[in-house]
Design a protein around this ligand. Structure first.
Ligand SMILES: Cc1cc2nc3c(=O)[nH]c(=O)nc-3n(C[C@H](O)[C@H](O)[C@H](O)COP(=O)(O)OP(=O)(O)OC[C@H]3O[C@@H](n4cnc5c(N)ncnc54)[C@H](O)[C@@H]3O)c2cc1C
Length: 417
């Protein structure tokens, strides 16, 4: 752990949080010659992990992160099974693996190592308590290091908030905090001794009885172990997980003898990126700015994409120097150009999904299976439900028919009130 006295003088940039957003931003800043420090409250990067680590291989590759060093990828997936609450199954089998599961602790460590190698300084066990705001500008942060009760002021031209879901600093900066109504509450468990699950297949269980407002997943890792999780917009996620494991017509068989090795709880923001993620001397990236896919809750790819843009804008702001909102506004503009369209389509899809009864989900899966949608999608390169992918699926007649069917069920439901 570094000592904060090393960063007493004004830094180019300080990054709060050593998750994917923070480390990616630090890497890009350091690469551009900005003197940058990352402050992370935990004693180890990537620990504790709360994430399934499921990502699109193509997206990782386009970010220059694939192939990953050995040991980080736990499994690769070329198929997905979707189940209705009654157990109706619809499968997609692709020609090649399109997604992978990474070990999030190792993945985060890899990103931090890259940032360190580029010149970023890391300070672990260093919790940022508050922002230093002078005039109308964010000028730095107040930090407490474990084992030292004194608060330490660290000044920086730019403060990058990558604190994850808590968004405490975002609130302090004067920007709107995350909308609590758009959060879902997730549980992620590592289990062993699963049964009847194919090695390269993700299992997805839909339905309000098991995961209202979201879905449940099972991702096999190796030797009978798997990551199982769900998120919900109401109730206790642990109770829903128990119900999935005991009562779901398919999951209960797969997980009948499963032993839970670990379990974590965390929230996921599904409302789409916040409208304003910048102010004088300050940018917010990652979960704290709700840069998460509203369909799947995947936030790692978006976080890294947005962190890169944030670093490019922040590096220019430091160099100029112009730390004003007027200059930093280009961050928002660029990130919406990059992910805005995908987010809009995904928000629409989420809106429709949220309004579907369990019976409608069952009907939709039956219809999809009947139209051979699975075969039609055999050569797609993504199954992560990004906006552009969703739209490109429409070119396949079976996919088109299914979307029309789903849309008509939705409209019918709306008309019935
Ligand atoms: C159960 C679950 C499953 C998920 N599965 C997937 C998935 O399969 N694929 C996917 O892409 N996404 C998934 N996500 C979402 C993904 O985990 C997040 O979108 C991603 O971690 C966001 O990265 P981040 O860097 O913004 O935040 P985080 O990864 O949360 O990192 C924030 C960091 O900031 C530190 N920090 C916070 N406050 C302070 C402070 N005051 N001072 C110092 N340090 C601080 C934290 O300790 C942490 O290390 C999942 C989320 C959950 C809850």
């Amino acid at each position: 752990m570094g000592r904060l006295s090393l960063v007493n003088n004004e830094q180019g940039a300080v990054v709060v949080g050593g998750g994917p957003a923070g480390s990616s931003c630090a890497f890009e800043l350091a690469k551009r010659g900005v003197d940058v420090s990352v402050l992370e409250e935990h004693k180890e990067i990537g620990v504790p992990s709360h994430c399934a680590g499921h990502m699109s291989i193509r997206s990782l590759r386009s970010l220059g992160l694939y192939p990953l060093p050995e040991g980080i990828v736990e499994n690769m997936f070329s198929a997905a099974n979707f189940y209705s609450p009654k157990g109706t199954k619809f499968s997609i089998r692709l020609a090649n693996p399109v997604t992978c599961a990474v070990n999030r602790s190792l993945f985060d460590r890899y990103l931090a190592d890259k940032a360190r190698a580029a010149g970023a300084h890391y300070f672990l066990k260093s919790r940022v308590e508050s922002l230093i705001i002078e005039g109308d500008f964010v000028k730095g942060v107040n930090v407490v290091q474990e084992g030292n009760l004194q608060t330490h002021a660290v000044f920086a031209k730019m403060v990058i908030d990558a604190e994850g879901i808590s968004s405490r600093l975002l609130h302090q900066s004067g920007l709107s905090p995350l909308d609590g109504d758009k959060l879902v509450y997730a549980v992620e468990a590592e289990v062993e001794n699963i049964k009847d699950v194919q090695e390269h297949t993700v299992e997805v269980y839909l339905g309000k009885n098991y995961a209202p407002g979201f879905y449940c997943w099972l991702m096999p890792i190796m030797n009978g172990t798997a990551k199982v999780g769900l998120a919900t917009n109401r109730g206790n996620p642990k109770q829903f997980l128990d119900r999935l494991m005991r009562q779901h017509p398919v999951a209960s068989k797969q997980l009948r003898n499963a032993k839970v090795k670990s379990m974590t709880f965390h929230a996921i923001p599904l409302g789409g990126p916040i409208q304003k993620a910048y102010r004088n001397g300050f940018l917010a990236v990652g979960d704290c700015a709700s840069q998460v896919k509203p369909t799947t809750g995947g936030g790692v790819i978006f976080s890294i994409t947005c962190a890169k843009i944030a670093a490019e804008v922040a590096a220019k702001a430091v160099e100029k120097p112009d730390l004003s909102e007027g200059f930093l506004h280009s961050y928002q503009k660029r990130l919406m150009n990059s992910i805005g369209f995908d987010v809009e389509v995904m928000l629409g899809a989420r809106h429709v999904l949220d309004r579907f009864s369990d019976e409608k989900i069952d009907g939709a899966l039956r219809f999809a299976a009947k139209t051979d949608l699975g075969d039609a999608l055999r050569n797609v390169e993504e199954i992560d439900f990004q906006g552009r992918t969703l739209l490109s699926m429409l070119r396949k007649p079976a996919a088109f028919a299914t979307i029309i069917y789903v849309a008509s069920m939705y409209l019918l439901q709306k008309c019935k009130g």
